[in-house]
Structure formats: C-alpha cells, structure tokens
Design a protein. Structure first.
Length: 492
C-alpha cells in the first residue's frame, strides 16, 4: 500500500510515493527540470498558468510510477501541498478564468492596506491575526475592481491546492487552514471572515465548501485517473499550504517547535499555542494543520521573498557559465566570513512583509574592484539571505517564539554550508537537517488523513536527522560584525 504526495511550487511540481507500511520513500521526482516560468507583465506582478502546474504534475506522476514500478491500484490516498496565498478563479463549469495571481505578486498591497485602515487594526488583528495585506482576498479585490468581466464569470475563488484537488476529484472545496492563509478566517467566530467578505463586497457563495485538512476531501474521477495513469476512486485526504506542510513534514506540530525552508522564498515557521499576532503584520499568523476549536495551534510565519531566487540570479548572471550550485558553494568556501566587506540586501522579489510591505529591491554594498570577485558575491548573497532570516526571527522572538532549534529539509539553500553556518552563527540556533521535502510530507499527511496512521508520530517514525549545525565560537564575532554592516546597508 502506497501514499502519493504532491507539492505544487512556483518553481516545480514534485511528487513522491511513500510505502505506507514501512514509511519509507519509494520514489520521488519533479518537473520541470528548469524552473517554471513566472509571468511578470508589470513590475511587481507575478502570474502562472494553472494548466502548467497540471502538465508538470502529470509528468511527475508518471516518473514516480515508473521508478517505483507499482500498480496504481496500490495507492491508498493522495495528499497535496501547494504554494500559499495564490488566487485561482474558476467559472460555473470549473474552468480557469485567468492565470493565477501567485504569492509574490504585490499588486494587491493597496487593497489590503486600505481594508486594514478602514476596518481597523484592532478588529483585523484580533480576529484575522493579520492585516488583509497582500493576501488572497486582497488579490480578489484587485480583480473585482480592475477585471470586472473576469470577476463576473467567477463561481469560486480558490488557492492553488484547492484547484489541483478539484481537478482530481471534480469537487470544489477548501479548508479552514487554507482560508486562514488567505486571511479569510475569523478566529473569534471559527468561520470564514464574513465582515471582510462584506467589506470587499464579495458574495460568500464564491467560497467553496470547507473540507477537513485531514480527511476525505473527494475521490479521483475516472477521467482524471485515465489521464494521470492512476486508479479511479483514490481519495484525496490531506491538503495544506507549503509552509504549514513543510512543518508537518518535519513533525513540527507543537508550541515552541520551528521549521524553515529556503527555496524561491525563505520561511521560518514557528508554532504557537496562543492566537498571537504582530501589530505591524511583519510576520503572519495562520491556523496550523492541526489547529482546532479545542486546541489552538497557530503557525507564525516569517517570509522572505528574495532567497534562493537571489542565488539563482547570481548563478545565471554572475557565476561562471555552466557552474552548478554545488560548484558555486565550493568556489565561495574559502572567502572569509563577512565576504571581506560586501553586503547584499536580498529583497528583490516583490514587496516584503517583514519590511511592512516595502519593496526596496536587491542591492550590493561595499564592492572594491581591486579585491572582490565572483566568489565574494556568491558568499555575500548566502550571508545576506541568512541575515534577512535573522532580521525577521528577531520579530518572532518579540512574540515569544524562541529559536533555539530550527528543523529544515536538506534541500535548496540548506545545501549550502555557507548559508546554514551563517544562519546558525548569527541566531545562536542549532540547525537540524532531515531528508524530507514537501511532497514526502504531503504523502505522509495523506496517510494521517486516511486513518492509515494513528498520529503524526507513527507517520514520521522514519524521519532521520542527517546533519546538525551548531554555532561556531571562532566565527561569531566576524558574523556579528558582518550583520551590523548589513543592517546599516538596509537602513541606508
């Protein structure tokens, strides 16, 4: 018996098959092999065609089935993880109306800020735990005002994972945790935030039915099963945004536990046992995957838009042509801590919540033409990304979330010794790396939702720590000095 998990990212779509009996990963793959296109029709915009997600999901499905060499009839359940905060609109025939406005698109900032001001910060923060900000409902408000024809066709608005699950099952639905990540969940009423829908003038019928995060959300149709090479009737039993799902993947479910990722965007995600919020909404609070009316589990999310996308830019535009990421790490390893005076501010991928939705852009400071080269820029980029994490984690500390231990998958920028060592040195945290990812976590989440596993401990019994990084006493002073320069450059 096997579990199939998907992770619908903005760079790629990953799929994994997990043996439900042994908890071991049977196969994993991703498509495309180069990053998916993000359409930027104007500065600050970011869109993707949901059909592209589906096309890559089909390829990833075929690849893992070929690798594992199992019968599709052996798959007991499906879990879906997805890029958060995106907006997908479908008509009454459940067809997509326009490209998805994805997480890093910043056009909705004025709509969220206006709602926050007019509704009032106290009401928004006490009930939503956030400002409406640049989240899903604010994106929908943009469409309502600027694309009246598209809005008029809309039957349901969805998150990317809602759309993928609907495409599989033919059943439109969302989850409480999904509504929360779109800033549309009222924690006081434990229901969709009616006052915010009313403010924007949305008919609440555009909200799909609410399904449980863990549990039956629909069954795969015969048509889609044939298209994907799977079996009709497989249930979708788990769905979550990529960061709550990443926390689940690392078995981060209880207050005080912290998960991190450093993909296209970088995230630190800590679990609170209280419904707390940041008054400036620089970090955001969402219903975690195990949040219930009886048990408060709120995920506090720090998001830095400009992380691995900066590393990719450096690779494509600065590093020697044809070099791999591993070779970049090797090239920069002998550059001293602090990059001999270079500081890179990584905020070049849209507005940054940690900076109160400002969009300062990426900038490089301190270059000396006679001393610095490509290797310095590579190291400075990795250090600058780690420093942006530190900047946001200080805000989380103000909310009572300690960062003594950070769990992360051994992937993306956490493959970089420079990045992970800098992060450990500047925060004082021990970093634990595990061989897991979002699609593997989604598969195991499906096992919980299907009742195959009694609890998370059983689902993650084979989760093994592969690397531990601790602060290096001999580099703390140099790292702190580099961070001081970075802060000065940021505030310049």
């Amino acid at each position: 018996m096997y579990l199939l998990g998907y992770d619908i990212g903005s760079s790629s779509v990953k799929a994994s098959l997990v043996n439900a009996d042994t908890c071991e990963v049977a196969a994993t793959d991703f498509f495309p092999k180069k990053e998916m296109e993000i359409k930027a029709l104007k500065a600050g915009w970011a869109e993707q065609d949901p059909e592209t997600w589906w096309a890559n999901l089909k390829q990833a499905t075929k690849a893992v089935l070929d690798k594992a060499r199992i019968s599709p009839k052996e798959i007991a359940a499906i879990g879906v993880s997805y890029q958060m905060h995106g907006l997908v609109l479908v008509d009454e025939d459940l067809n997509v109306i326009r490209d998805s406005i994805i997480w890093c698109d910043s056009r909705a900032v004025p709509y969220g800020e206006k709602a926050f001001k007019e509704i009032g910060s106290e009401k928004c923060l006490s009930r939503l735990l956030n400002s409406p900000g640049n989240f899903t409902l604010s994106k929908l408000a943009y469409v309502k005002e600027n694309e009246k024809e598209n809005y008029g066709k809309t039957k349901y608005y969805m998150l990317p994972g809602d759309y993928i699950a609907m495409r599989m099952t033919g059943k439109p639905c969302t989850t409480a945790s999904g509504l929360s990540e779109g800033i549309a969940w009222d924690f006081t009423e434990n229901a969709p935030a009616g006052f915010l829908y009313d403010y924007f003038g949305f008919d609440k019928s555009i909200v799909p039915d609410i399904a449980p995060t863990f549990g039956i959300q629909g069954h795969m149709t015969a048509k889609v099963a044939a298209e994907l090479g799977l079996a009709e009737g497989i249930p979708v039993t788990y769905r979550a945004g990529d960061q709550p799902n990443n926390a689940l993947s690392l078995n981060v479910l209880n207050p005080g536990e912290i998960a991190a990722t450093a993909g296209t965007s970088g995230v630190v995600y800590g679990v609170n046992g209280d419904a707390k919020y940041d008054k400036l909404s620089r970090v955001n609070s969402f219903a975690h995957v195990n949040h219930t009316t009886e048990q408060t589990r709120v995920g506090v999310l720090l998001c830095i838009n400009g992380t691995a996308i900066l590393n990719t830019w450096i690779k494509n535009n600065v590093a020697p042509e044809g070099i791999s990421y591993a070779e970049m790490n090797e090239l920069a390893k002998d550059i001293p801590t602090g990059s001999e005076g270079i500081s890179i501010i990584p905020f070049g991928n849209g507005s940054e919540r940690v900076l109160c939705n400002e969009e300062p852009g990426c900038s490089v400071h301190g270059i000396n033409f006679l001393r610095h080269g490509k290797a310095h820029l590579i190291r400075a980029a990795h250090e600058g990304i780690a420093f942006s994490f530190k900047y946001g984690m200080d805000i989380m500390n103000e909310m009572g979330i300690e960062t003594k231990t950070i769990r992360a998958g051994h992937a993306n920028l956490f493959l970089s010794p420079i990045f992970r060592e800098t992060l450990s040195n500047i925060t004082g945290a021990t970093i634990e790396l595990y061989n897991t990812d979002g699609s593997i976590g989604a598969a195991r989440g499906a096992g919980i939702g299907a009742g195959i596993y009694k609890n998370a401990e059983e689902a993650f019994c084979t989760l093994n720590k592969i690397i531990t990084v601790v602060p290096e006493e001999n580099r703390l002073k140099q790292t702190e000095e580099a961070y001081r320069r970075w802060i000065e450059a940021l505030n310049h």
